[in-house]
Design a protein around this ligand. Structure first.
Ligand code: AMP
Ligand code: MG
Length: 414
């Protein structure tokens, strides 16, 4: 049948991702980094709190520290009137105790004086003839942040495997730490194969040549995901050169990304040579468009991806399959790809049956939700097309004709 894929030798995109996640192991190589460089990293050990947070009872407001029972019933109509005994700033030293029948001016973060059990916020107070008027009766404990109410010394602060977001950095800093033990960043090798490729910066393209788009694109994506790259540059479709590059990449990196030469052409050596060198192929070809020729295997325990040479396919495979593998290597729960957003098609869309399609779209927000407009034509070599898109829609393998208004899942292309 024309236009029909042979699917019997292909995994679905979901099956392929599952096999990748089963095969990839966390690296678990620990290193210590300054807190200011720890965002996005994964904690390598359990952490126990060494100080209470807050470390002492303190005021949550600028206002007046009082004894709640002494100002019971105070209101705007019937204010309580107290002399002001002292002024306490944040950072104030210990020693002040609230005398009976008095109030202490207190600033946010200042230690609550002994004897006080509530703070009246400044907006509910008034200064009248050198006295303080209180226009609101606080409940006992009001606007006081109690020692240890957030974190108690000795409790588990964060378990190993926690992602360090700026909130976790704040928590570690609040404990007084300047650095954290985290899992090391994986190092990925990038090898661009193809005798037609020349490096960017080469002034003129010779006949039949193209610039290496994949090398810079893959490195840029990995850098954003907290992965180091080792760029092996361009390698022509010659067996000896390819073998040498693959071996050097395997020796130096934690994960290998080889672009091109992974399909069925006469000079597509990637899979054949890698197998000769010891790659255990987990799968070759996935029922996805773009990205069908994707190769995945394990070589000396290291994940190896043979990415299609076409840049749009290479980048789609990178996000759909390599990113979750890297998340797992980093010690993180894989969270990508995530198509949790939903929109409706702005026009009818037809596709071949049998392959999941990742469709480049322009998604517009309207009062009724997201409108998904497919960019036409789509093409796995068309990076210009991809740059017109702000989103990638995921159309299931079994779908064929989708009419305007059909709901589709998408994710933003960032
Ligand atoms: P291949 O996967 O080697 O069959 O390549 C498929 C297509 O992608 C061919 O048209 C190649 O010229 C092109 N291609 C391969 N590698 C790259 C690259 N690094 N940058 C841009 N295009 C590439
Ligand atoms: Mg090629």
């Amino acid at each position: 049948m024309p236009n029909q894929e042979r699917r019997d030798d292909m995994l679905s995109a979901d099956e392929a991702l599952q096999k990748i996640l089963e095969a990839v192991r966390p690296l678990e190589r620990a290193e210590t980094v300054p807190l200011t460089q720890a965002a996005g990293r994964i904690l390598a050990c359990d952490l126990t709190a060494r100080v209470d947070l807050p470390p002492f009872d303190n005021s949550a407001m600028d206002g007046l520290a009082v004894r709640a029972e002494e100002v019971r019933g105070a209101s705007a109509q019937a204010p309580a009137r107290l002399p002001v005994q002292a002024l306490l700033a944040a950072g104030a030293e210990k020693g002040t105790a609230l005398l009976p029948g008095q109030a202490i001016k207190i600033m946010t973060g200042a230690p609550v004086p002994e004897g006080a059990d509530a703070v009246v916020m400044k907006e509910w107070t008034r200064a009248v003839n050198g006295m303080a008027e209180i226009l609101h009766a606080p409940k006992p404990g009001e606007h006081i942040r109690r020692r240890g109410e957030d974190v108690r010394r000795g409790e588990t602060l964060l378990p190993r495997g926690s992602l360090l977001r700026p909130y976790e950095i704040a928590l570690l800093a609040a404990q007084g730490w300047t650095q954290a033990a985290v899992w090391a960043r994986p190092a990925a090798a990038i090898v661009a194969t193809g005798s037609e490729l020349v490096s960017t910066g080469t002034p003129e393209l010779g006949f039949g040549q193209i610039y290496n788009a994949n090398g810079p694109a893959l490195a840029a994506a990995l850098g954003r995901w907290g992965v180091d790259t080792i760029d092996f540059g361009i390698v022509p479709d010659e067996k000896e050169a390819l073998r040498g590059a693959f071996q050097r990449a395997e020796a130096e990196a934690d994960l290998l990304l080889i672009s091109g030469g992974v399909s069925v052409g006469d000079f597509d050596w990637t899979r054949i040579l890698l197998e000769e060198l010891g790659l255990q192929v987990v799968f070759w070809k996935v029922a996805i468009k773009p990205g069908k020729p994707l190769l995945f295997g394990i070589w000396n325990g290291k994940p190896v991806f043979g990415l299609p040479g076409n840049p749009v396919s290479a980048l789609v495979c990178l996000e759909e399959f390599v990113r979750p593998a890297l998340e797992k290597q980093k010690g993180q729960a894989p969270a990508h790809p995530s198509y949790h957003l939903q929109g409706v098609l702005g026009a009818d869309f037809w596709k071949e049956e049998g392959r999941q399609q990742c469709v480049f779209c322009r998604v517009l927000e309207s009062p009724s939700g997201f409108q998904v407009h497919v960019i036409r034509p789509q093409g796995s070599a068309m990076v210009g097309m991809a740059c017109k898109a702000n989103a990638l829609a995921k159309i299931p393998a079994e779908a064929r004709r989708l009419t305007k208004g059909t709901p589709v899942a998408f994710r933003w292309l960032k």
